[in-house]
Design a protein around this ligand. Structure first.
Ligand SMILES: [Mg+2]
Length: 227
């Protein structure tokens, strides 16, 4: 029987080499102020939604397109190996599940050339240049990326499939908002030198693979499928 698998993937800093949110916010409030607010999340003086809302409140673009233009101006682009990875998924008829704490209208612009992708992300409403962030849920990052993975596992269980019989679940990410998904996936690809790698090692999460670009993930996947 062919090996079956499901892939969940972060967007910012994973599919793209830069973080679109950081690029847009830095353009509007400056890198120093954004980093000050990031630090507030790390030292616990602000929650993620508190700091995130404050950052986006400083953004004054009237449309998502203006924000996307800033990303393009700053050369935000896909990981160079992403096309090959996407082609492998296409070959196996797998929909890529993108889970993002970023903003859906911006994420989708970068995925327009990839039709077999489903995006779960936060959103925003723009009213006269005021950005209000709409979160997926009330978890610490406004989007519990592990939730769809746990739901899928429950569905397999309900179908009577054991962990050994159900498809293997892969997760690819780089940052702190990816931590809950890392706990729920069978294999976690954590980007080298980023917060997710630090977290997984500290927590002793099993099945960790350290990646630097998507070619590593494609090689691993092709090898895994062939064996
Ligand atoms: Mg990320």
């Amino acid at each position: 029987m062919p090996k079956q698998f499901v892939v969940y993937c972060d967007f910012d800093g994973t599919i793209t080499t830069q973080d679109t949110g950081n690029v847009i916010i830095d353009d509007q409030i400056g890198t120093a102020e954004r980093q000050r607010l990031d630090h507030c999340i790390l030292d616990g003086s602000k929650t993620f939604p508190e700091a995130n809302n404050e950052m986006w409140a400083g953004v004054k673009f009237k449309t998502f397109q203006e924000a996307v233009d800033v990303c393009k101006k700053n050369n935000v682009s896909h990981d160079p190996g992403f096309n090959r990875f996407y082609a492998i998924l296409q070959k196996h008829n797998i929909t890529l599940q993108v889970v993002s704490a970023g903003l859906k209208p911006i994420v989708e612009v970068y995925l327009t050339d990839y039709p077999n992708v489903q995006v779960f992300a936060n959103n925003a409403k723009i009213t006269d240049g005021n950005w209000t962030i709409q979160y997926v849920d009330d978890s610490p990052f406004g989007h519990d990326k592990g939730a769809p993975i746990r739901k899928l596992k429950e569905q397999y269980k309900a179908q009577g499939l054991s962990d050994a019989e159900r498809p293997t679940i892969l997760f690819i990410g780089d940052g702190v908002s990816d931590m809950s998904a890392a706990r729920d996936a069978d294999f976690v690809f954590a980007k080298k030198g980023k917060d997710l790698e630090t977290y997984c090692k500290r927590e002793g999460i099993e099945g960790i693979l350290i990646w630097e670009n998507f070619d590593f993930i494609s090689d691993w996947l092709e090898n895994w499928l062939a064996n």
